[in-house]
Design a protein. Structure first.
Length: 264
């Protein structure tokens, strides 16, 4: 087990401290804002910077480098070069939302994926939490993090739109959560292309235009953007998953653009 100090008492730092303690690591902190950091590597093997991306370089520069301590950050979009003043450096980004410290701690130890880079201690910590690891090079981390943001933040924002539209129809968002959950599970089993369903995917533009007519004006741009993404995926999607069928299935009908202007 490692001797670890965490800088940053936000949701990520607090959740990670709890998770690492639970699996047996000795964890000091999280150290709060304003504390002296010059000797932050003293007496520990790993110093974890759980601070916002915009502050990591500045925080790291205030820490006296040590050949015996790995300085590690939790950013998904930054590489280890942001820690260039330190001889041993690493990055470890968990692919899981951390909305609260308590829920985050449980998720961090539930077998999630961590994107790691730099010193092998990052992978060791991830594995100690029961996680799996993927290596993401510095030059690919911004693209990787963009994908992560779409997978989590954008999905939540879309469900925010569902909540608003459902409210106009007198329904709670809860009525649609299982639908979204099943769609995500279909992607996990079948892949995005085979999981795709709905009117835009099958070229039913009469229904799409009926949706647009019914939507409040403020919601139409988001809906059109979604249809644009469906079109991009549908262009190469099979009609059905590859299953054993007793009868042949008709080919996918031609997908024609609707008369309503959509994003390029």
């Amino acid at each position: 087990m490692r001797r670890i100090r965490i800088v940053g008492a936000g949701r990520a730092g607090t959740a990670l401290a709890r998770a690492l303690r639970k699996v047996g690591h000795h964890v000091e902190g999280p150290v709060t804002r304003g504390a002296s950091l010059s000797d932050a590597t003293d007496g520990v093997e790993v110093l974890i910077l759980a601070t916002p991306d915009r502050t990591i370089a500045d925080v790291a520069s205030k820490v006296t480098p040590s050949p015996d301590c790995v300085v590690l950050h939790l950013s998904g979009s930054l590489g280890v070069d942001v820690l260039a003043s330190h001889p041993r450096r690493a990055a470890m980004h968990p692919l899981v939302p951390l909305p609260t410290a308590e829920l985050g701690a449980a998720r961090l130890a539930s077998g999630v994926t961590f994107a790691v880079a730099g010193d092998v201690v990052a992978a060791e910590l991830a594995h100690s939490l029961g996680g799996t690891t993927v290596e993401v090079a510095d030059e690919e981390r911004a693209l990787y993090h963009a994908a992560a943001s779409v997978a989590a933040n954008h999905v939540v924002a879309l469900l925010g739109q569902v909540e608003r539209l459902a409210a106009h129809a007198g329904l709670p968002v809860d009525a649609f959560v299982e639908l979204a959950r099943c769609a995500v599970e279909d992607v996990a089993v079948l892949g995005p292309k085979s999981a795709l369903t709905g009117p835009a995917a099958r070229g039913d533009w009469v229904t799409v235009e009926r949706h647009l007519d019914a939507l409040p004006e403020a919601e139409r741009a988001g809906y059109r953007a979604g249809v644009g993404l469906v079109l991009e995926l549908a262009a190469s999607a099979p009609l059905v998953p590859e299953l054993e069928l007793d009868e042949p299935v008709d080919e996918r009908p031609e997908v024609r653009a609707p008369s309503v202007a959509l994003p390029a």
